[in-house]
Structure formats: structure tokens, C-alpha cells
Design a protein around this ligand. Structure first.
Ligand SMILES: O=C(O)C(=O)Cc1ccc(O)cc1
Ligand SMILES: [Fe+2]
Length: 453
């Protein structure tokens, strides 16, 4: 393959403007659609229903999920879906789709590919870029594998060009989309629901604003290669979870039965040190990516279980940032969401109680939904902060799996100054998930014993 010698590798990466949406491929899209709306408080705002597939978009703040179901045989069950016929942004004619290399008149899955993955999976993280044609050329020179070449879709609101890249993480793909010539609400081809949720006032009981991070489960010793791929192609930079973290080792949690290696990265750094942001008009924070590997000799664990049930690496969980985790978890729990809870002793341990007290949180409120606290109460000179303690903390809670297989869950996270991932929380989460897995295994063994009689 020809390379342009004058272009330095480092400068050739394609900068990502922002995360546009995360797409899920499932066998029962209707159930997931109902859950996202009624339990997780997302708003359905755009649909694309064809006789081959269904694509439905849900929004909360700037976080958008697209649920894809299909390809389907015939149109059985189509009537059960929220129907098109919204506000007329896209009337009854099909969008025009142009691709120079492929003749795509009405692809079954627009802006994505059907991956034919054997289990439900979150398989596409779509990013906005400035120029898809140019990105395509640059990425191809860097050896990137494309599943869809640059393709233009247009409707009366303008045009969008996209292409789909295959990542090196299991079935994960990235759609790159250029929306600079599009004035519509979402993407051409989608019908916008009658109610424009983006104009709604903030939902105070459930103030989820954006995707905080996306965590991949990846095989042992693969993180280095994954990071290298994202650095080379998209200019990702390492995000150090902990001040003492070793560049090669990552953040290792290997005490008290936990065997986890975490390595994190981001697609643009915040301008703490005065570094100019690549896209100053993008106001939301970036979404970090975390790669989780299990460590050997620690027995069965949640990363290996994911790899087994998911049949390979992929997105293990997506974290939703909320401004108020207590009320968000409460609203979701009332609607039927189940969360992982740490052992009850977590909320009565002297150290944890003190921590909660110091940051002014009520242990009772946190314990109701299994919310975990990790605070960083470093003593720093009072000349720097004006007080003797630097109260940075974060709160997290993890939902039970959303799919039939244990291949995806959501996390709620509220950050108060803390930017990483609390080590104490990771331990507590690990243990509660381990306990859940043990229970499930016991239950299924119990069933087997019963059915054998
Ligand atoms: O703590 C977090 O939110 C993480 O994302 C880290 C993490 C990753 C994988 C696990 O199975 C458990 C914890
Ligand atoms: Fe997480």
C-alpha cells in the first residue's frame, strides 16, 4: 500500500468530533425499546422501520442509543413498534442513498452493518467527524478495515456522509458520520417522533446528561494492542486512572479476590493545561474508553464470563453520567430497574461511614439502591484549597444485565471532582457481581438437578 512520506504518522490520525450514538443489535428490539423508555427513562425520538429491519433511536441528554433489530423475514410484529408518521420531518418517501462503490438503494441497516452476532450485543459506537471521504483515505492508508465505504444519504434537510470501520475489539465497529451539511434532528432516513425531546426541560428526577465512559471486556494481554490501534487511527490518548499507574501494566486491582486490569483512553484531552481543544464548539465532555482484562489465577470472573457469553470481546457496559445519582437510581428502581448491591456491611463499615459523613451523604439513601462511594480525601496544603481536605469523590451504581445473556449492563455515575474510577468501588462492584454469578450458577445447577429427577 502507498504511503505519503511527508505525512507524519502522528498527525495522520483522524480526530473525532464527538460521540454521536451507541448502537445495539438485539433479537427482541421491542422489549429493549420498552425497557429503555419505561425503566431507564430514555425518550424515543426517531425511527426507521423498513420491511427488513427496525432501527429506533432513544435519547437522554446528549446520550443516544439506537436499537437495531433485523434483518427480519416478512413484517411480523411490525405493528407493535412505535409507528412512523411523526412530525413530518421525513415524509413517506425513502431517503436517497448514494454510494460510489456499492449500489445501496435501501440498505436494511442504515449507518451500521448487521454483524450477525450470535447474541445480543452493543456493537457500534458512532462518532461524528468533519470529513468522511478524507477520513476514509487516511484510515485506509493506515491499514484500517472498512465494512461500508463512504456513503451519502440525503433528505429534505440536507445530506450526511458515513462509513463504517471495523475495530480490533471483537465485534465492535465505528460508524463515522459527517453531519456538517445536515440540518435535521437526527439522520436522514429516520422519522422524527412528534415530540421534540431535546426541547424538553431537564428531567430533574433523572438528570442523565451524557455517556461518561464505555467499558470493553477484552482478552488477557490485549489492552496494549487495543490502545495502540485507537492512538494510531483516531489519535486517542492514554487516560491514567490512577496517579501511580504504570504505563504498561495499567491500573491493576488484584487484592481481596479481585483480578482486574484496567487501561483507559480518551479521544481528546480536557484543556486543563491550557491545551486547545480540537473542536471548541463541542461543549459536552468527551466519553472515555476503558479496557478491562481479567488477571490469571483468580478463578471465574465477570470479564471472562462476558467473553464466554458474548463469544468474544466487546462492550461490557456503558456508564451514564447523572447530576444526581440518588434520585436517578430511585426513579429507575421505582420503574423496575434492578441494581447490584454490595454486601450490607459496606454501609456500616466505620471507614465507609466516615467517608460518607465527610462528603455529606446519607448512608441510608445510598444503601437503598446499592450506590457505591469512592472518595479521595487527600490531605493537601490548605494554601492550595483553603481547607485541610480536598473532597473529590464519585458515586457509582451498576444495573443487572439488560439482555438475556450476561452481555451488557448500564452504570450510573455522578462525579464530584473525581475523574477516574474508584478502586474501592471496583472492588465492591466486583464482589457483588461475583456473588450474583455464584447465585445464578447455584440456581441453574439446582434447576438441572430438579429437571434430572
Ligand atoms: O469501575 C468502572 O466503572 C469500570 O468501568 C471498571 C470496571 C470494568 C469492568 C468490570 O468488570 C468492573 C469494573
Ligand atoms: Fe464503568
Amino acid at each position: 500500500m502507498m504511503r505519503t512520506p511527508s505525512l507524519k504518522r502522528k498527525n495522520m490520525a483522524v480526530p473525532l468530533r464527538r460521540l454521536h450514538h451507541v448502537s445495539l443489535h438485539v433479537s427482541n428490539g421491542l422489549k429493549l425499546a420498552h425497557d429503555l423508555v419505561s425503566k431507564y427513562k430514555f425518550n424515543l425520538f426517531a425511527t426507521r422501520l423498513t420491511d427488513k429491519s427496525r432501527q429506533v433511536a432513544f435519547r437522554k441528554g446528549t446520550s443516544v442509543f439506537v436499537v437495531n433489530e433485523g434483518p427480519v423475514q416478512g413484517s411480523v410484529g411490525l405493528n407493535e413498534w412505535p409507528q412512523d408518521g411523526g412530525n413530518g420531518e421525513h415524509p413517506d418517501h425513502a431517503p436517497r442513498v448514494h454510494s460510489e462503490k456499492h449500489k445501496l438503494s435501501n440498505p436494511s441497516c442504515l449507518y451500521d452493518v448487521h454483524t450477525h452476532h450470535p447474541v445480543d450485543s452493543v456493537s457500534n459506537v458512532c462518532f461524528e467527524v468533519e470529513d468522511v471521504e478524507r477520513s476514509f483515505k487516511v484510515l485506509r492508508q493506515l491499514g484500517c478495515n472498512f465494512l461500508v465505504p463512504p456513503t451519502t444519504v440525503e433528505d429534505e434537510n440536507g445530506l450526511v456522509t458515513y462509513s463504517v470501520v471495523k475495530s480490533i475489539v471483537g465485534n465492535v465497529c465505528h460508524t463515522l458520520v459527517d453531519k456538517t451539511k445536515y440540518g435535521g434532528t437526527f439522520l436522514p432516513g429516520f422519522t422524527i417522533a412528534e415530540k421534540d425531546w431535546s426541547l424538553e426541560e431537564e428531567d430533574l428526577s433523572c438528570p442523565v446528561t451524557h455517556f461518561d465512559h464505555i467499558t470493553y471486556a477484552s482478552p488477557r494481554k490485549s489492552s496494549h494492542q487495543v490502545i495502540g490501534w485507537y492512538e494510531k487511527l483516531f489519535g486517542f490518548q492514554r487516560f491514567f486512572i490512577d496517579g501511580d499507574e504504570d504505563v504498561d501494566e495499567g491500573f491493576v486491582v488484584n487484592q481481596e479476590g479481585v483480578g482486574l486490569r484496567l487501561t483507559a483512553m480518551q479521544y481528546w484531552k480536557c484543556s486543563k493545561a491550557g491545551i486547545a481543544l480540537p473542536f471548541p464548539d463541542v461543549k459536552e465532555p468527551d466519553c472515555k474508553f476503558v479496557i478491562a482484562e481479567s488477571l490469571p489465577h483468580e478463578g471465574r470472573n465477570q470479564v471472562d464470563t462476558f467473553l464466554e457469553q458474548h463469544r468474544g470481546a466487546g462492550v461490557q457496559h456503558v456508564a451514564l453520567y447523572t447530576k444526581d445519582i440518588v434520585s436517578t437510581a430511585h426513579a429507575m428502581a421505582e420503574a423496575g430497574v434492578q441494581f447490584f448491591s454490595p454486601p450490607p456491611a459496606y454501609y456500616t463499615e466505620v471507614g465507609k461511614l466516615q467517608e460518607m459523613e465527610k462528603v455529606g451523604l446519607d448512608p441510608q439513601r445510598l444503601s437503598e439502591h446499592g450506590i457505591l462511594l469512592d472518595s479521595d480525601l487527600q490531605e493537601v496544603p490548605s494554601s492550595q484549597t483553603g481547607c485541610s481536605e480536598n473532597r473529590r469523590y464519585l458515586l457509582q451504581v451498576f444495573t443487572k444485565p439488560l439482555f438475556a445473556e450476561d452481555t451488557f449492563f448500564l452504570e450510573l455515575i455522578e462525579r464530584r471532582g473525581a475523574t477516574g474510577f474508584g478502586e474501592g468501588n471496583i472492588r465492591a462492584l466486583w464482589r457483588s457481581v461475583q456473588a450474583y454469578m455464584e447465585n445464578e450458577r447455584r440456581d441453574s445447577q439446582g434447576e438441572n438437578v430438579q429437571s434430572a429427577h
